[in-house]
Design a protein around this ligand. Structure first.
Ligand code: MCA
Ligand code: AMP
Length: 451
């Protein structure tokens, strides 16, 4: 509390006032956590940014959110940020600015914006989901109750702190509960398993790709020492669920959430954790399946208020229904006779690779600029390790050399973070299109599955 108050004084000392946006990004560290909490206590609006973003991706977030300050640790980012916005106050997350008088802390109203999470949602261009102080609190409180999280718990936290999974669940849950967390930078299976033992951890949260790597480590039994392992951000296959049970003696608890909503649905703590299902709505969350489509729609104190300065996106994202506004998740669900929800598909065009979202149109748009291509479209194809792989279907320009996957990746890497780069390239004569000229991505995917 003292450290966050002192940092809040430094932030206020440079003229930052409640409501200003502050870009925050860095590998996990205590400084990053202190900076984040100082912002929230001061009423500043945190804009977490993926540290793997390129200059182009960063530029979009800066232009859109118009931050007043940036606290970033990545090499080269300070220069990029000052170049993008000369008046931006930029520091590392250790914030070596002069101390200032501590401002009024903890006085933000529950409806005040606290965090803007950028997400590609249903369109290619990332937009900012505005979460209020109350949304963040509700998001952490529901899992605290559902997962019996107590001050005695110690979480091994290797998820990045710039996405909702690590930040809104792992960090906020630990802080709300008064529990402890062991922060690790990046994911290395043996370091995780050793950390669990060395620090007497009780919980681990991960994405399925992490579990896929952990289960193949000979020390995976360390997971069996934990009272709770949670998986989310992408589907955990029943096969992997079964392997973890057989090899580590744990029944992983799968849950479902979104940047816009923090956590929504979770398998039960005390009853059967059903493989292939995400369980029941968390405390406070109302959930329904839309007639006809089966789209999952939700309401609750955790659900965000809307996208930053994007009334057009809000108009598409929310629908009126019983009791007021419902958020359309874009995920398709089914509920079995026991009330367990399964996610059976997506209405939105989204690829999830290693727990990270990639919007195919964002990649299409970059690759369309490649001089050797006449047409290109990307889609996700199933991958055991990554959940889905980004694959590009290309129609080479007649007379030009056909680019290979390295050429395509090198070209796109100027504008796209590494996880968005295609892992494979398939050369075709033409792309399948409907009568309106829209690319039929599912036909591309099926061609790979059956080829
Ligand atoms: C890294 N690469 C990836 C990914 N991550 N490629 C595709 N998908 C990815 N997710 C690239 C690297 O840049 C590298 O490229 C190559 O793949 C191999 O990298 P590797 O060392 O194997 O990867 P890693 O550094 O170990 O990262 C894998 C990871 C990481 C640990 C699974 O992606 C990760 O932390 N994912 C979790 C992200 C997360 O927190 N998601 C939650 C968001 P090159 O060879 O070119 O260098 S969703 C959310 O928050 C909602 C609320 C929810 O429900 O949770
Ligand atoms: P993000 O926008 O990064 O917060 O990602 C949210 C999306 O991740 C959701 O809309 C789902 O499509 C997906 N997701 C999260 N958890 C799960 C899960 N347990 N199973 C399947 N999909 C999930």
């Amino acid at each position: 509390m003292d450290r966050t108050a002192a940092v809040a004084g430094r932030l206020a000392g440079t003229g930052l006032v409640a409501g200003d946006r502050v870009l925050l990004s860095g590998p996990s560290s205590v400084d990053l956590v202190v900076a984040h909490v100082a912002c929230l206590r001061s009423g500043l609006v945190v804009v977490p940014v993926n540290g793997g973003y390129t200059k182009a991706e960063l530029a979009h977030i800066v232009a859109d959110s118009r931050p007043s300050a940036a606290l970033v640790d990545q090499d080269g980012w300070k220069e990029i940020l000052v170049g993008l916005s000369p008046e931006l106050r930029v520091a590392g997350t250790d914030i070596r600015w002069d101390d200032g008088p501590v401002p009024n802390l903890d006085s933000a109203a529950s409806a005040d914006p606290a965090l803007i999470g950028y997400t590609s949602g249903t369109t290619g261009v990332p937009r900012g989901a505005v979460l209020t102080q109350a949304n963040l609190l509700a998001g952490a409180e529901s899992v605290r109750r559902a997962w019996h999280w107590t001050a005695e718990d110690r979480l091994l936290l290797c998820l990045p702190l710039f996405h909702m999974h690590g930040l809104g669940v792992g960090l906020h849950g630990s802080l709300l509960t008064g529990a402890s967390a062991v922060l690790q930078q990046g994911f290395e299976p043996r370091r995780v398993l050793r950390g669990i033992v060395d620090h007497d951890c009780t919980m681990f949260f991960g994405v399925p790709t992490m579990y896929h790597r952990l289960v193949d480590d000979e020390a995976v039994g360390a997971l069996g020492d934990l009272r709770l392992c949670v998986s989310g951000s992408a589907p955990l296959s029943p096969l992997l669920h079964g392997r973890l049970r057989a090899q580590a003696g744990i029944s992983v608890l799968e849950r479902y959430g979104m940047t816009e909503t923090v956590m929504l649905v979770s398998n039960p703590y005390d009853q059967e954790r059903r493989a292939g299902s995400v369980g029941f709505p968390l405390p406070g969350v109302e959930l329904r399946l839309a007639d006809g489509t089966g789209e999952i729609q939700v309401r609750g104190p955790n659900v965000f208020t809307g996208y930053w300065e994007r009334p057009d996106a809000d108009a598409e994202a929310f629908v009126d229904g019983p009791g007021g506004r419902w958020f359309r998740t874009g995920d398709l669900g089914s509920i079995d006779d026991d009330g367990y929800l399964s996610i059976i598909g997506r209405a939105k065009e989204l690829i999830i690779t290693g727990g990270l979202n990639v919007h195919p149109r964002e990649v299409d748009d970059v690759l369309a600029g490649h001089p050797g291509l006449s047409e290109v479209a990307v889609a996700g194809v199933p991958s055991e390790e990554w959940g889905e792989d980004v694959v590009a279907w290309i129609v080479p320009l007649p007379g030009s050399p056909t680019p290979n996957v390295e050429d395509i990746r090198a070209f796109a890497s100027t504008n796209l973070a590494a996880h968005k780069l295609p892992r494979r390239v398939v050369v075709v004569d033409a792309l399948p299109r409907n009568v309106l000229g829209k690319v039929l991505r599912h036909e591309l995917r099926e061609a790979v599955a059956h080829g």
